[in-house]
Design a protein. Structure first.
Length: 208
C-alpha cells in the first residue's frame, strides 16, 4: 500500500455483530467511514446496471411492485442455494469494490475505516493496512438478527452459517472489539483504537 494514502482499516464482523454501531463511533471522531453495505444499496437502485443483471439472473420475482429490489425475497433465495449466492456476488462485488476504492481515494483523512462485512472472503483484504474485527457470540448475533430483521431462528442460523466463521474472522484480525457487552464498553475500545490508528498514521506520514 502506498505511503501517500491514508491508513486504511478494514472493519468486519459477522451479521448483527455491531459493525454499524462501531463505524458510527469512529465517524463521531471525525474519521472518514466508507461502508460497502451503503454502496451495495446504491448500486441496486432502479435503473442501475446491477439491478438489471440481478433481474436477468433471478427473475422478476426479486423485484417489488415498484421495480425495486425485494431484499427479503432475494435473501431467502441466496441463503438457501450456494450457487445463487455466488452468482449474486459475481454481479455485486466488483461494482462495490470499485466504488469503495473511489470513495477511499476521495475521502482523505489521517486514517479511514472501510466497512466490509465479508472481508474474510473478499479480495478487498489486499486493500487494507489493518483489519479490525467486531466480535460477539453467536447467541448475541441470533438475538440481534431476529430482533432487527424479524427473521425466524432457522433463517437467522442459515444466514450466520453462510458467512465466514467466527474463528476465520478472528484469524485475520489485527485488532478486535468485543461487542458482547454494553455500548459504552465498545466506545472505550473504539477510543483506544482511535488513538492507536492516529499514532500509526503519524508514523506512516513521517516515514514518507
Amino acid at each position: 500500500m502506498s505511503s501517500n494514502a491514508p491508513l486504511r482499516v478494514g472493519l468486519t464482523g459477522g451479521i448483527a455483530s455491531g459493525k454499524s454501531m462501531v463505524a458510527d463511533l469512529f465517524a463521531a471522531r471525525g474519521v472518514p467511514v466508507i461502508d460497502t453495505d451503503v454502496i451495495a444499496r446504491e448500486v441496486v437502485q432502479p435503473g442501475e446496471p446491477a439491478l438489471q443483471d440481478i433481474e436477468r439472473e433471478f427473475g422478476r420475482d426479486v423485484l417489488d411492485a415498484d421495480g425495486r429490489l425485494d431484499r427479503r425475497r432475494l435473501r431467502e433465495l441466496i441463503f438457501a442455494d450456494d450457487a445463487k449466492r455466488t452468482a449474486l456476488e459475481a454481479i455485486l462485488h466488483p461494482r462495490i469494490r470499485d466504488a469503495a476504492i473511489l470513495q477511499s481515494v476521495m475521502a482523505g483523512g489521517e486514517y479511514q475505516v472501510i466497512v466490509v462485512p465479508l472481508l474474510v472472503e473478499s479480495p478487498m483484504r489486499q486493500f487494507m493496512d489493518r483489519i479490525l474485527v467486531v466480535d460477539c457470540s453467536e447467541e448475541a448475533q441470533l438475538e440481534r438478527l431476529r430482533k432487527r430483521d424479524t427473521e425466524s431462528e432457522e433463517q437467522a442460523r442459515r444466514i450466520i452459517a453462510a458467512q465466514a466463521s467466527r474463528e476465520e474472522r478472528l484469524a485475520i484480525a489485527d485488532d478486535i472489539i468485543d461487542n458482547d457487552g454494553p455500548k459504552d464498553e465498545a466506545e472505550n475500545q473504539v477510543e483506544r483504537l482511535h488513538r492507536l490508528y492516529l499514532r500509526l498514521a503519524g508514523k506512516r506520514k513521517h516515514a514518507r
